[in-house]
Ligand binder design. Structure first.
Ligand SMILES: [Zn+2]
Length: 273
């Protein structure tokens, strides 16, 4: 599943190619994504200039000069990429966009859990998919206070996976950040010390920044918009390393399942008590 670093990598590869270019036409080949795409979804954007592409959590926001913004979420298996106009479309290509003097942009998604929408710029923050999102983990607003202020009795991994607290953190990066900070994934969030929250916030920012620098993590089929894999998988410290020795203390890494997602941790470095 593409997470924040992968989405950011796609943004960074598409933006320089497309900004300042005009959307000439679009084509919907399959409208049944997570929500059905209306027939004329992109019509208000035809002829409009793309000003910039920004990101909020795992949503890509395409800002056009007509005061409209296109939202794209890649779901489980979505991919945005570039093709030459003469190239035959690969299977599962559901939408294409043709920009002036640019490669053809496609949206491909075998599992069709992705979403695409177009909204007025003024109403962007009220969009049901965006309005509940928590702080951006790489922004200055994400501080140890963000974690200290969360109420309730939940374990720290569940809190970090909650997009209403922090936007767009994924399972891989939460596992890695908890390991880096030496915090057991099942620790109660309300029992973390201020120093631990500080270390955890620093670890999250560091893991995400390095993952973006390395083009994201390719585990199965993730590719950036140029078709390149990400190389952060080579830097993973705990994720996917069950029974392999911890890189800090040699203790075998353990795997458990929390809320249906794999959790990897070192029982020695990430003590529960
Ligand atoms: Zn260890």
């Amino acid at each position: 599943m593409p997470e924040l670093p992968e989405v950011e990598t796609i943004r960074q590869t598409l933006e320089p190619v497309l900004h300042g270019h005009r959307l000439l036409s679009s084509h919907i080949y399959e409208c049944r994504l997570r929500w059905t795409l209306p027939d004329h979804l992109f019509e208000s954007l035809h002829g409009a200039l793309l000003l910039k592409i920004t990101r909020r959590g795992k949503y890509l926001l395409w800002h056009f000069d007509v005061g409209r913004v296109m939202l794209v979420h890649l779901g489980m298996s979505g991919r945005l990429g570039m093709a030459t106009p003469r190239e035959p479309l690969a299977p599962h290509t559901h939408v294409t966009w043709e920009f002036s003097d640019s490669p053809l942009i496609y949206y491909r998604d075998p599992r069709r859990f992705g979403m695409i929408d177009v909204v007025n710029k003024e109403r962007l923050n009220e969009h049901p998919r965006l309005q509940l999102l928590g702080v951006e983990p790489l922004s200055l607003q994400f501080t140890p206070k963000t974690l200290c202020q969360v109420s309730g009795h939940r374990n720290i991994k569940t809190v970090l996976m909650d997009h209403k607290v922090v936007a767009g953190l994924g399972n891989i990066y939460v596992n890695e950040a908890l390991f880096m900070a030496g915090i057991h994934p099942q620790r109660q969030q309300c029992h973390l010390t201020k120093a631990e929250c500080t270390l955890l916030v620093e670890s999250i920012k560091s893991v995400l920044t390095r993952a973006i620098e390395q083009g994201g993590t390719t585990l199965r089929d993730y590719r950036d918009a140029r078709g390149e894999p990400g190389f952060f998988s080579l830097s993973l410290q705990v994720y996917g390393r069950e029974n392999e020795p911890c890189l800090k203390c040699q203790t075998p890494i353990r795997r458990s399942v929390q809320s249906g997602r794999s959790t990897y941790f070192c029982p020695q470095c990430q003590n529960l008590h």
